[in-house]
Ligand binder design. Structure first.
Ligand code: CAO
Length: 420
């Protein structure tokens, strides 16, 4: 079966997390991803959060599957020549250097476009044009600047960042969509273009509902937020809403059996209007089906604490999986709080390829998260991340068509580090 992006060559000038997330997806879909790394150094994450001394870290290996690695000093004259040839050969260049770094290297958009008018050049920066355009940005900075942190956490606590990497991986996903859209456009126009995503913008896009709530504040209190029922006045900005869920589906995280010792013995529980009567029967409050103040969703909004406290007395008598088993047949939406350990032990996720076991020459076997996007005619095989410079000679010869003499000269110039 042909891979969806087979034949597309990607010059992967990315590092850390945001950019590598993007190019990894392109690789999963069959693109030939050529990761360019500084000789002898490589992507900084190779040696960050090391769990096995001497081996590439999980931080690196889990973000760089399905890629080849070439060591190349893009500031060395010969290195620049090699990079120029790579730009000519590739369909896409992806980078997430600090603002201005590519220009300082001599490979800004104008130069790249001149070398290869069909190339798509995709960039991640922390901020878009404006007063913060020159800032270096990491995950949590983006979560804060994109509005997520101010709306995450409990009302009486500080802003919180979330464990899901919406700043890095979220931006990488946005960039990936921009790239395939630009490739689609190139089919018709014959021309490449620039694709840019700012991490602040990507986070804000993911926090879009909180901007919705910001504007709804003009019309009065946000009734689905717990603080409404608690009589706490709203301020000028969208507040933190704990674990409340929005819309007509109030929800909470509730304790389950064993919560005293197990930090994840909890369930999410939603009291959707359509299943309210079933919830009442299940928890032993049949009168609430018709009682004044409880019968309709708007009436219930100022009693959410009372209602969820009652439901919790029921969930605390069950394990989170028993809650799931009892509620699912009734169409009551609930979700167990799954720990990473429980997820890692879920056979079903390995069957779908969402989790994969990957063998690595330095690390041995490790678990990785596979491709979450499933294409029926382009199945993903996850291959291990490359060692630093593992494919340098192969790429010089097979992709860039240098002959043996030229390869020797390139190696002796110091542009590609030690030949492996
Ligand atoms: N050959 C020669 N030089 C190279 C090279 C290569 N193959 N690869 C990188 N370099 C150079 C760069 O040109 C740059 O040199 P100058 O400072 O002289 O221009 C230098 O290495 C450092 O690059 P950098 O500034 O991008 O890296 P950093 O570690 O200082 O900053 C980061 C990292 C992530 C903060 C910054 O790259 C950034 O803001 N990127 C955009 C936002 C982003 O993606 N953030 C997400 C990171 S994941 O949390």
């Amino acid at each position: 079966m042909m891979k969806a992006l087979e034949g597309i060559k990607v010059l992967d000038f990315t590092h850390v997390q945001s950019g590598p997330t993007c190019t990894q997806i392109l690789g999963w879909f069959g693109a030939d991803v050529i990761k360019v790394e500084r000789p002898g150094v490589g992507d900084a994450t190779r040696k960050q959060l090391v769990d096995k001394p001497g081996a590439d870290s999980l931080y690196f290996t889990m973000l760089n599957h399905n890629k080849r690695s070439i060591e190349l000093n893009s500031k060395n004259e010969t290195g620049k020549e090699v990079l120029t040839r790579l730009i000519k050969e590739c369909d896409v260049l992806v980078e997430n250097f600090a603002p201005g770094a590519l220009d300082r290297m001599g490979f800004g958009w104008d130069r790249v476009h001149e070398i290869n008018p069909r190339i798509i050049m995709a960039s991640i920066k922390g901020f878009g044009p404006g007063q913060y355009a020159d800032c270096k940005v990491y995950e949590n900075v983006a979560q804060c600047a994109g509005g997520s942190a101010s709306t995450t956490g409990f009302l009486d606590g500080p802003p919180l960042v979330t464990g899901a990497q919406i700043g890095d991986s979220g931006t990488g996903l946005h960039l990936c969509l921009g790239i395939v859209t630009a490739l689609f456009h190139r089919e018709k126009s014959g021309l490449g273009q620039r694709v840019s995503v700012a991490m602040q913008d990507a986070v804000l896009n993911l926090a879009r509902v909180k901007m919705r709530d910001q504007q709804r504040l003009d019309a009065g209190p946000l009734k689905e937020y717990s603080q409404f029922g608690e009589g706490i006045p709203f301020g000028e900005a969208t507040p933190r809403s704990g674990n409340d869920s929005g819309g007509g589906q109030p929800g909470r995280i509730l304790k389950c059996k064993g919560w005293e010792t197990d930090p994840n013995a909890y369930t999410y529980f939603i009291i959707q209007a359509a299943v309210w009567e079933k919830v009442c029967d299940l928890i032993g409050e049949p009168d609430w089906k018709t009682a004044e103040g409880f019968a309709s969703p708007p009436e219930r909004l100022d009693k959410l604490n009372q209602i969820f406290e009652r439901i919790e007395t029921w969930t605390m008598t069950k394990s989170k999986f028993e809650v799931m088993d009892l509620c699912n047949p009734l169409d009551i939406p609930v979700g167990p709080i799954l720990s990473m350990k429980e997820i890692a032990e879920d056979d079903g996720l390995y069957e779908t390829g969402t989790l994969v076991k990957v063998d690595h020459p330095e690390r041995g076997e490790y678990i990785s998260v596979g491709c979450p996007i499933k294409l029926s005619a382009s199945p993903v095989e996850v291959s291990r991340s490359p060692l630093l410079g593992e494919h340098t000679l192969e790429i010089l010869k097979d992709v860039l068509h240098y002959d043996d003499n030229e390869v020797e000269n390139i190696v002796s110039s110091g542009a590609v580090g030690e030949a492996k």
